[in-house]
Design a protein around this ligand. Sequence first.
Ligand code: NAP
Length: 296
Amino acid sequence: MLLDGKKISDEVKAELAVEVNKLISSGLRAPHLAAILVGNDGASETYVSSKVKACEQIGFGSTLVRLPADVSEERLLAEIDAINNNDEIDGLIVQLPLPKHINEQKVTDHVVPEKDVDGFHPVNVGKLVLGLPTFVSATPKGIMELLKRYNIETSGKHCVVLGRSNIVGTPMANLLSRNSNPGNCTVTLCHSRTKNLAEFTRSADILVAALGKAEFVTADMVKDGVVVIDVGITRVDDVNNPRGYVLKGDVAFDEVEPKSSFITPVPGGVGRMTIAALLQNTLQARLNSLQTQLIS
Ligand code: NAP
């Protein structure tokens, strides 16, 4: 059965639109997300414009700051400062990757944790590890929402996560091993140094593939009934496609789907949920700032 990220993200967005209307009818402004895009990488352009479009759909405000690929780190940090200090903006994302001359960690650290709706700031990552309320990085948060809304049983299951990046694999492993629902999995986190990878993947009840290698997971690597979450998005050249490429996940969908009990498609799976989760975080940022105003 398909885990339909489009359907569930549309549900989440409809719920968020209701919350926007509640704010506006109470005389308060809607949540506002700012995105900074450096350079003109095709994939980054696509991701950012999807996020801005999603804001417009549900009544959030949005600001897109475009900077040239050769922008100095100093100028980028100044743009972040301006947004950090702008009370009309609740959430800020800096689209990654950044050009090589810019220190990504320095940029991530510069966004104030209260506006870090991507959940990349060390303060928010630390809170996530401690299980404290925080902005959970959008892709793992979206996956948790998908598992929850499809009532996928996770407790006691063996979950194998492929990839240990700070934005996907590591927080995913953390969330799934928590004492929560979804959660309570026994988690194995695999990476490029893992030996006999297929032995791990074949024992997975839930397999999260986040490596960035098109169609890496094949049918012989999974057991019958597995739940498959395919995070990967890779552009693969295709002369028959008008765009010149097609998007592929990390899982060979056609051969793995028949063995799975649930599986996310690419596109229309995790990518959609990532955007929905980012919007949820932005609403949370807005509500947090209202609460702070009330207290002070
Ligand atoms: P990343 O930072 O490049 O991390 C890739 C991870 O995969 C690394 O931990 C790497 O191990 C591991 N890996 C690479 N080759 C492997 C192999 N042969 N066997 C086992 N592990 C291997 O990537 P990312 O940012 O997490 O993204 C992963 C994929 O998800 C990409 O396709 C990206 O475009 C996609 N993505 C999608 C969304 C979405 O919304 N759907 C969001 C974010 C990312 P080492 O640590 O040992 O190098």
